[in-house]
Design a protein around this ligand. Structure first.
Ligand code: PEP
Ligand code: MN
Length: 378
C-alpha cells in the first residue's frame, strides 16, 4: 500500500466532512438571523429617536460611512463588491422595515381602523356597504342656466352629488380659469334648488374658508395632491374632502397625502382614483383599476373613480364605470354638460344628457344594495 493511500484512509469519510460543514453553516445561519434581528431592533430604536426629534430617517451619508468602515475590515474570501451588495441589501431591508412600521401607525391605514369609514352628509352615506354614489356635473360652472339644466336632469336620474369647478386648474394660463366666487354662488343656488350635495375644487389654502362656506364636499385636484400647505389647511377644515390621486403619484404617496388631512382631525375623506400618466395616448390618462382594491384593503377610506378625467373620452365611460364598480369602488365621478361641444373646459370628455341617461341605465343594476360581494382586497 502506498503512503498516499494510507493518509487517505486516516481522513474522515467525505460524507462526514460534508455533514460537519453543513452543521457549521446551519449554526452560522442562526447566528446571522440573530444578528439581523438585533440590528433591526437597533435601527428601529434609531428611527424612533429620529422621529421624536423630527429628523429624516434615511441618511445616505451614514450609509456610505458604515460601508467604508465594513470594507476596511473585510478579509475575504468575499470580495468588496459582494460585501457591498450584501450590506446594501441589509440597509435596504432596515429602511423598508422602518417604512412598514410607519405605515402601520398611519391613521388612514386599515391596520389603524378595521371597519370601513363611511362619509355621511345629510342622509347620504359614502363607503361601507352603502349603494355606490354617482357624482356628476359639468367640468366647470359656466352660468346659472347651464348648471340648472344639467342639475335638473341629474336629479331626475337619482344623482345626489353635483360636481362643478369654480376654481379651475388649467394647464394653459390663457384657458378659462373658472368663475371663482361667482361660480361657487351659482353652484350653491342650483344645488339648493334641486336638493343636491355639492363637490368643488379648492386650489389655494387661502380659499378654503370661502369654498367651505359654499360647498358641501371640497375637492383637491390631481395637480394639488402634493400641495402640503393646502392639505394642512384642509385638515383643519370640517367639510368632507375628496382627494384625487396625483397623476404621477404612487398609491403610498396618495395615502400619505390623505394622512396629512386625517391626522389633523378632518377624518371625512374620500379617495378618488382619476388615472395616472403613462405612455398611452389613446386615453387622456391610464385608469389604474388595481388601485381600487388595493386602496380598499390598505385603507379604510371610501374610494371613488373619476371615469371622465381618467379616460378623457365618452365612448368607454360605461364599461370603465362598470369595471370600477366591479373592482369595489364606492362611487363614480363623471362629467356631464347639456352642450359639451361648447363647454368652456374639457369639452371632449363630457357626456351630453341623453348619453348620461344611457350610462345610468347601464349602471342601474350595479349601483344599489350591498356590493361587498364584488369587493376585492383582504
Ligand atoms: C376636476 O375634477 O375638475 C379636475 C380638474 O380633475 P383632475 O384634478 O383629476 O384633473
Ligand atoms: Mn374636467
Amino acid at each position: 500500500m502506498s503512503a498516499e493511500k494510507k493518509t487517505k484512509q486516516a481522513d474522515p469519510a467525505p460524507s462526514e466532512n460534508l455533514e460537519a460543514l453543513r452543521r457549521e453553516v446551519n449554526g452560522l445561519n442562526l447566528e446571522l438571523l440573530d444578528l439581523f434581528n438585533r440590528r433591526a431592533t437597533a435601527v428601529q430604536g434609531i428611527g424612533e429617536i429620529k422621529k421624536r426629534e423630527g429628523l429624516t430617517t434615511y441618511d445616505p451619508l451614514r450609509e456610505s460611512q458604515m460601508l467604508e468602515q465594513i470594507l476596511k475590515k473585510n478579509r475575504g474570501p468575499f470580495p468588496d463588491e459582494l460585501i457591498t451588495a450584501l450590506f446594501k441589501e441589509v440597509f435596504k431591508a432596515s429602511a423598508r422595515h422602518i417604512d412598514d412600521l410607519a405605515r402601520e401607525v398611519s391613521k388612514t391605514s386599515r391596520r389603524y381602523r378595521k371597519r370601513d369609514t363611511v362619509v355621511r352628509l345629510d342622509d347620504l352615506a359614502i363607503g361601507g356597504a352603502n349603494p355606490a354614489v354617482v357624482m356628476a356635473g359639468p367640468c366647470s360652472v359656466e352660468s346659472f342656466e347651464q348648471l340648472d339644466r344639467v342639475a335638473r336632469q341629474l336629479k331626475k336620474r337619482g344623482v345626489r352629488v353635483l360636481r362643478g369647478g369654480a376654481f379651475k386648474p388649467r394647464t394653459s394660463p390663457y384657458s378659462f380659469q373658472g368663475l371663482k366666487e361667482k361660480g361657487l354662488e351659482i353652484l350653491q343656488l342650483v344645488a339648493a334648488k334641486h336638493g343636491l350635495i355639492t363637490v368643488t375644487e379648492v386650489l389655494d389654502p387661502r380659499d378654503v374658508g370661502l369654498v367651505s362656506d359654499h360647498a358641501d364636499i371640497l375637492q383637491v385636484g390631481t395637480r394639488n395632491m402634493f400641495n402640503y400647505e393646502l392639505l394642512k389647511e384642509l385638515g383643519r377644515c370640517r367639510k368632507p374632502l375628496l382627494i384625487k390621486r396625483g397623476f404621477m403619484a404612487t398609491l403610498e404617496e396618495f395615502l400619505q397625502a390623505a394622512e396629512y388631512v386625517y391626522h389633523r382631525g378632518n377624518t371625512r375623506i374620500i379617495l378618488c382614483e382619476r388615472g395616472i400618466r403613462t405612455f398611452e395616448r389613446w386615453t387622456r390618462n391610464t385608469l389604474d383599476i388595481s388601485a381600487v382594491p388595493i386602496l380598499k384593503s390598505e385603507s379604510h377610506l371610501p374610494v371613488v373613480v373619476d371615469v371622465s378625467h381618467s379616460t378623457g373620452r365618452k365612448d368607454i365611460v360605461s364599461p370603465v364605470s362598470r369595471a370600477a364598480l366591479a373592482a369595489g369602488a364606492d362611487g363614480l365621478m363623471v362629467e356631464v354638460h347639456h352642450r359639451p361641444r361648447v363647454a368652456l373646459s374639457d369639452s371632449g370628455q363630457q357626456l351630453d344628457l341623453p348619453c348620461f341617461g344611457r350610462l345610468m341605465n347601464d349602471l342601474d343594476p350595479l349601483l344599489g344594495g350591498d356590493r361587498t360581494r364584488v369587493r376585492g382586497g383582504k
